[in-house]
Design a binder for this molecule. Structure first.
Ligand code: FES
Length: 104
């Protein structure tokens, strides 16, 4: 569906960091950049079973904690090997102090 799902409080997010949330049976990473932008992708790396919320966020890239591959958090596209397969990204809005995702 294209409904918006409430997944977190805005106050749960910190600039330059990621958190993991469960929503609609998925493990999703929420990111807040140093510039205050919020993005969401699947939380599990496409290379192995690492949770990206445990990785290192730099600008618009998340570095996987297992083998230091990277993804663009805006699109889910891989930006550094060994990550070669994209992960899903989700539309985000922050409204009413809550973080909402379109999970399809
Ligand atoms: Fe993420 Fe290997 S599990 S780079």
């Amino acid at each position: 569906s294209t409904d918006w799902t409430d997944v977190a409080a805005e106050g749960d997010l910190f600039e330059g960091a990621a958190i993991g949330v469960g929503a609609e049976g998925r493990d999703i990473a929420l990111y807040k950049t140093e510039a205050g932008e919020v993005f969401a992708t699947d939380n599990i790396c496409s290379h192995g079973y690492a949770r990206l919320c445990d990785g290192f966020l730099e600008g618009h890239e998340i570095e996987c904690p297992f083998h230091q591959g990277r993804f663009d958090i805006r699109t889910g596209e891989p930006t550094l090997e060994p990550c070669v397969d994209a992960i899903k990204s989700y539309p985000v809005k922050v409204e009413g102090g809550r973080v909402w995702l379109q999970i399809q």
